[in-house]
Design a protein around this ligand. Structure first.
Ligand SMILES: C[S@@+](CC[C@H](N)C(=O)[O-])C[C@H]1O[C@@H](n2cnc3c(N)ncnc32)[C@H](O)[C@@H]1O
Length: 211
């Protein structure tokens, strides 16, 4: 895919301000049944660097527990984590903005979001996050970073000013042990910030609450 196309798409959408207001799903029982059926059918078939189910469930629970409503994901892939987050946001009245640079995975994700019944809660963008993220107005109250690992610190620097107080920054494949970390100095960066309370769970999912 031509980079020029990705950049121009990014600039176009970057002009948009904060995400439109959402309402909660009118029938949560029905929604739960549809998403559960979709996830059951697809269990074991997520092969595009997708998060494991335990991490998806944790992202869902964090959003529901804290009633987050303005979520950003960097790295959609085929949409597994996006489905868990959007499922939660359908209950809180929120919306997920998710970005991926790969057209094939983006298209698959969009199809998955529709099949799961969650498309109305997701704004999926085909874009280079390096270009798009700095242009997003925010604010966000939940962010999940799961794209190119050596850019995590750059992404965090860009989104943290747009993260509400009480909001949560999460990231995948984070290790406190520098030798094993794919994400460079990201762990040192987030744990060094006095504005964040950070823990790493499930062997690599970092969760940082903003004071
Ligand atoms: C680990 S996968 C994401 C998995 C997804 N969160 C899930 O659990 O279903 C990483 C994704 O980041 C995307 N990516 C890598 N660099 C990117 C960039 N600069 N901008 C946007 N997406 C990027 C890749 O195309 C890939 O699909």
């Amino acid at each position: 895919m031509a980079r020029a196309f990705v950049v121009s798409l990014s600039l176009l959408v970057g002009a948009m301000a904060s995400l439109p207001a959402q309402t909660t799903h009118p029938n949560v029982k029905e929604l739960d049944a549809q998403v559960t059926r979709f996830l059951d059918e697809r269990r074991g078939s997520w092969r595009d660097m997708n998060v494991p189910e335990a991490d998806g469930r944790l992202l869902h629970d964090l959003i529901v527990e804290h009633k987050y409503r303005q979520a950003l994901e960097i790295g959609t892939s085929t949409g597994h984590s996006g489905i868990w987050m959007a499922w939660a946001l359908a209950k809180t009245g929120g919306r997920l903005l998710t970005i991926d640079i790969d057209e094939g995975r983006y298209r698959e994700a969009v199809a998955n979001f529709k099949a799961a019944g969650l498309a109305p809660y997701i704004d999926a963008r085909l874009a280079d996050a390096h270009d798009l993220v700095p242009t997003l107005a925010g604010p966000f109250d939940f962010v999940f970073i799961d794209a190119d690992k050596d850019w995590y610190t750059t992404y965090a620097r860009s989104v943290l000013p747009k993260l509400r107080s009480g909001g949560c920054l999460t990231a995948h494949n984070v290790s406190p042990r520098r030798r094993w970390s794919m994400t460079g100095d990201f762990y040192e960066y987030i744990t060094g910030l006095p504005t964040l309370d950070t823990k790493v769970v499930n062997g690599g999912l970092s969760i940082s609450f903003k004071r």
